[in-house]
Design a binder for this molecule. Structure first.
Ligand SMILES: N[C@@H](CCC(=O)N[C@@H](CS)C(=O)NCC(=O)O)C(=O)O
Length: 219
């Protein structure tokens, strides 16, 4: 099995999801550091035409888009399976992954986490409180729906961890660094308990932003 190579900015939640999946599979991988200021350079755009991370290399095969990468890893390293076999559970997994991408990240996390964490820490910006307040109703709706989908189960789809848990936990664990997280999550005890259980898994402990920064090598 060729080693997997993940190009990322350490801290990227999408890339962390890929690393969590590789850890769950115990697959060999290494991390190549992408500097935030290089996303629009010709070299990076040749790897990712939309100027984002993560990018996966597996031998001479290159892939971008986290859902595609996660499903590829699950297909080429079948055990432990991260997709339920049963059709309804598998479609629940797909649904949660799309909630993550379309409703949690787009218009909620990419506003609140940018305003609170990325802008201030990386770009010296001051948080735009009006922009944050404007997305809170959508954020509340997303957290409520995620809590409803989880219900009293241990995982979002099926009896064991799936790609849905992995994609979502990477996003929510990053979101936890914002002051908005507590009022959004506190009404949903099941979601908080799931997040704590997930965060204690070795695959999450191995992929914290600090651990990824320590293992990342320059390209
Ligand atoms: N749809 C992409 C989203 C990836 C994404 O937005 N990555 C962020 C980091 S978590 C990024 O590269 N942001 C840089 C930018 O937007 O310029 C995926 O699933 O991989």
């Amino acid at each position: 099995m060729n080693e997997f190579v993940v190009h990322t900015i350490p801290g990227s939640p999408y890339a962390r999801a890929v690393l969590i999946a590789l850890e769950e599979k115990r697959a060999p991988y290494r991390v190549v550091r992408v500097a935030p200021g290089t996303l629009r350079t010709p070299d990076h755009l040749a790897r990712h035409p939309f100027g984002r991370v993560p990018i996966l290399y597996h031998g001479d095969f290159r892939l971008f888009e986290s859902q595609a990468i996660l499903r590829y890893v699950d297909r080429v390293v079948p055990q432990p399976a991260l997709t339920p076999k049963e059709a309804k559970a598998a479609s629940r997994m797909d649904q949660v992954m799309n909630i993550n991408d379309w409703y949690l990240f787009q218009g909620v996390a990419n506003v609140i986490v940018f305003q609170r964490v990325i802008g201030p820490r990386l770009m010296g910006l001051t948080a735009d409180e009006v922009a944050i307040a404007a997305v809170m109703p959508k954020a509340q709706a997303v957290f409520a729906e995620l809590s409803r989908q989880l219900g009293d189960k241990d995982f979002f789809a099926g009896d064991s961890i799936t790609l849905a848990d992995i994609l979502l936990v990477a996003q929510l664990d990053f979101f936890r660094a914002t002051p908005e997280f507590t009022p959004l999550a506190n009404p949903h005890a099941n979601l908080l308990a799931w997040l704590d259980r997930m965060a204690a898994r070795p695959s999450l402990v191995a992929t914290t932003p600090e651990r990824v920064a320590a293992m990342a090598k320059a390209a």
